[in-house]
Design a protein around this ligand. Structure first.
Ligand SMILES: [Zn+2]
Length: 512
């Protein structure tokens, strides 16, 4: 890379939209410490971190290129992105693109954004960007849970996705995308893309790359990229976005060899389709799961805490974090030596802060969902108070700020309950250290998490028991009304046929 004149535009706008979630998505959902991160402040925040933007920034500046980064906005998963939020952030990106000469564009998007007006938020953003910069080489990094559409693929020249879930390779994905874009600009490669989607909705609880079948599928992507392709990504998709393009897809990039790219893509899609039943998840009644956990603990046969996953209400999949079905069942069955992370309950946090450390308080909790009428009173001692600000140290977001908002730990009768004011999936030990809790010392650790928790806690697990509570990321598809996703699709139609949607394109951007 000759470097100095190369002018690269980077922007990040990420949201995984759960169309069943009642949690609103105003522009404040994308705030860090109360504001959008823009320009030099965003660069200073992300440079050197384990994030896609961190990987992009460090790669591009390491090659001597100049960088403009108008905004880096990453909102916690929730309901439809408000039009005002989309227009504000997309406007910052498009305004910054106007009137300058760019050698390349790098985008860090999620791939499952749905707005009040656009079923495919990323496609709309890319359409606007291409209106301004129709022929500037463009590299796009996407989450493994992206519901990739042909419109997204048609707008980009380089496309890379995460290859791990939990997402431990976000920085590496940024690096891969940036290196391939820089090589494209330099003319040392000419990427040919082959993408395809098959009609299947892999269950999120069955998507971990620690487990089969995704472990082997992602490994295959890595192998292909080392031998037969420039890069290769398999997107497991996000089924809680009821949109036409929800589901599994794959992309293979080769150096000017569209036939090989298409052949490898077809192999990947056929393998994923063959494994579709292994991507299913079966639900156990909540009371049975909690009883099983209690029996297991009493048996003395496990060493290490039993992790109970309140996974229907995971903040990182659009859950409110305010559901109390699992907490209520733990109380009913009398489990003790429990730490529960966490309930979103700003009013209860305020009660604890007003009372002060060492005081006993009683908080009233009620399910926000129309699916539940659960209510309970929880009494405990205020054992810890915090402003909820801590840096991630142990998992997949090292260096980034974790914001729990004002928060508190209530020590109840056998259950230590963490209360927060901002959503936070517990995927880092710092979440517990903030409250002076060592989860290794507990018999039961309850997490509002699906898979990301494994990044930090896998090594200390005695046993794992998913708990079917209540929430917008329910694992029971029969509780969801699918009205927009393409049909037939497996497993909603168990006899769905292998009918891939395919797209190939060369670097010229023209469809083949
Ligand atoms: Zn994801």
């Amino acid at each position: 890379m000759t470097g100095i004149q190369t002018n690269i535009f980077i922007a990040s706008f990420k949201h995984e939209t759960n169309t069943y979630s009642a949690v609103p998505t105003p522009v404040s959902r994308f705030h860090v410490e109360g504001r959008l991160l823009t320009g030099a402040e965003a660069i200073a925040y992300f440079a050197g971190t384990d994030s896609v933007v961190g990987g992009m920034l460090d790669t591009v500046t390491g090659n001597g290129a100049t960088v403009t980064l108008p905004i880096a906005a990453n909102g916690w998963p929730s309901g439809y992105v408000h039009d005002n939020a989309f227009e504000t952030i997309a406007g910052l990106i498009c305004d910054a693109l106007q009137g300058a000469r760019w050698d390349g564009i790098l985008l860090d998007l999620h791939g499952a954004m749905v707005t009040e007006s656009y079923a495919d938020g990323e496609a709309e953003l890319l359409r606007r960007i291409r209106d301004i910069a129709p022929s500037v080489p463009l590299g796009l990094a996407l989450d493994m849970h992206a519901n990739v559409s042909p419109e997204m693929v048609g707008a980009v020249d380089v496309l890379c996705g995460y290859q791990t879930y939990p997402h431990l390779d976000e920085r590496e994905t940024g690096v891969r995308t940036a290196r391939l874009l820089l090589a494209t600009i330099e003319g040392t490669i000419s990427p040919a893309l082959a993408w395809g989607a098959v009609p299947m909705l892999p269950h999120v609880m069955a998507q971990s790359s620690y487990d089969e079948p995704n472990h082997s599928l992602q490994n295959r992507c890595v192998e292909l990229a080392g031998v037969d392709a420039l890069d290769c990504s398999l997107f497991t998709g996000f089924p809680h976005a009821d949109v036409p393009n929800a589901g599994l897809s794959a992309v293979v990039m080769t150096d000017a060899n569209p036939c090989r790219a298409a052949m490898r893509r077809d192999e990947l899609l056929e393998e994923a389709w063959a494994q579709r039943k292994a991507f299913e998840f079966s639900v156990e009644p909540l009371a049975d799961s909690v009883r099983r956990a209690k029996t297991l603990a009493n048996s003395g046969s496990v060493s290490g805490p039993i992790f109970l996953l309140d996974h229907y209400d995971n903040a990182a999949s659009g859950g409110s974090m305010a559901e109390i079905a699992v907490l209520a069942e733990l109380i009913r069955q009398g489990l003790r030596n429990v730490v529960f992370f966490a309930l979103w309950a700003p009013e209860a946090v305020a009660v604890a802060h007003r009372a002060g450390l060492g005081q006993r308080v009683t908080i009233s909790l009620a399910s926000p969902s129309s699916m539940s009428s659960e209510m309970l009173e929880f009494e405990g001692e205020v054992a810890h108070l915090s402003d909820g600000l801590v840096k991630a140290t142990h998992s997949d977001h090292t260096g980034l700020l974790l914001e729990l908002g004002d928060s508190a730990l209530l020590k109840g009768d056998g259950i230590d309950l963490v209360l927060v004011s901002l959503p936070m999936e517990p995927s880092d030990m710092a979440c517990f250290e903030l409250f002076g809790v060592d989860p290794r010392e507990r018999q039961f650790v309850v997490l509002k998490s699906r898979v990301h928790w494994r990044a930090a806690f896998e090594s200390m697990v005695g046993a794992v028991i998913p708990c079917a509570g209540v929430g917008a990321c329910t694992s029971d598809y029969s509780e969801l009304e699918f009205t927009s996703v393409r049909r037939p699709i497996f497993p909603l139609e168990r006899d769905a046929k292998f009918t891939p949607v395919l797209l190939e394109k060369n670097f010229s951007g023209a469809a083949l």
